[in-house]
Design a protein around this ligand. Structure first.
Ligand SMILES: [Fe+2]
Length: 271
């Protein structure tokens, strides 16, 4: 098994291993690398759905995503991204861009530990996924700003104030109340602090007038992307990528050809 850093402050690329037959030592090394690097890419895998579920479950408890329409019919813990079966029996493309920097599922009262994607069909260009370390973002704040935000809480809702993409949810799920989380998170496994805000899902800063809250958020967003702490993943079929939602943000870069498929399986993993 070979492991190399993707960029200096985030991401690790792993080759020369089959995740279906890891030794206990390999697994420990992979998990620790993931904690240290936040985004773990294992290349060259060939998995069935049960195998992908089994490997995902090593990281934590699997939770079916709130968007039920894209669940795999047999395995609801897998979300099918990029393709769905139409009534005609032929596959049709669906939007899966997730643009805009965000962390996954901050609108859930339960913090989402990780998301894992398995790349099956990759377009000839474009379709990259971008990642950034929110430890680096927090570390870059001034001491004054760190003190100012230390005890703040943030309300999150699916699609943010614009409720972007809310129609993907079933009607009863569209009414879910906001989730409230600490703006500064202490990572439960590493003890490191990170900034937990993103421009996609934030509704407001709890107890702060809207205008003042929006000004503070705009200031914080300037710190999200730090030198050497942002990684662009160029997908290959057979890649498995898992990221730590407690200390990273990500964004789909888009830009793939309109007539090519981009298909992934996804699992959502809780603490
Ligand atoms: Fe996402």
């Amino acid at each position: 098994m070979q492991i190399e850093d993707a960029v200096p402050r985030v991401g690790a690329l792993v080759t020369g291993v089959d995740v279906r037959s890891l030794t206990e030592n390999d697994w420990k090394q992979l998990y620790q690398t993931w904690l240290d690097r936040h985004v773990l890419i294992v290349r060259g895998q060939k998995l069935t759905k049960p195998e992908f579920l089994e490997y995902s479950a090593r990281f934590g408890r699997l939770k079916p995503h709130r968007v039920k329409k894209t669940h795999d019919p047999e395995h609801p813990e897998i979300t099918l991204m990029g393709v769905t079966s139409g009534n005609s029996g032929s596959d049709k493309l669906v939007l899966d861009r997730g643009q805009g920097w965000h962390t996954d599922s901050p609108w859930d009262v339960e913090i989402c530990k990780a998301t894992q994607l398995y790349g099956l069909e990759i377009p000839s260009y474009g379709g990259d996924t971008l990642f950034a370390s929110m430890h680096a973002a927090y570390d870059a704040l001034s001491e004054q700003l760190k003190t100012k935000i230390a005890t703040l809480k943030v309300a999150f809702g699916y699609g943010g104030r614009a409720r972007t993409g809310i129609e993907r949810l079933d009607p009863e799920d569209q009414k879910m109340p906001p989730a409230i989380h600490d703006m500064v998170r202490v990572h439960p496994e590493t003890g490191r602090k990170s900034l937990y805000v993103n421009p996609t899902h934030v509704l407001s800063i709890v107890g702060m007038p809207e205008e003042e809250g929006d000004r503070l958020l705009a200031e914080l967003y300037w710190y999200m992307l730090q030198p050497n702490a942002e990684y662009r993943h160029k997908w290959q079929a057979g890649d498995i990528v898992i990221w730590d939602n407690r200390c990273t943000v990500h964004s789909a870069a888009g830009g793939q050809p309109a007539d090519q498929r981009r298909v992934h399986w996804r699992t959502t993993i809780m603490q």
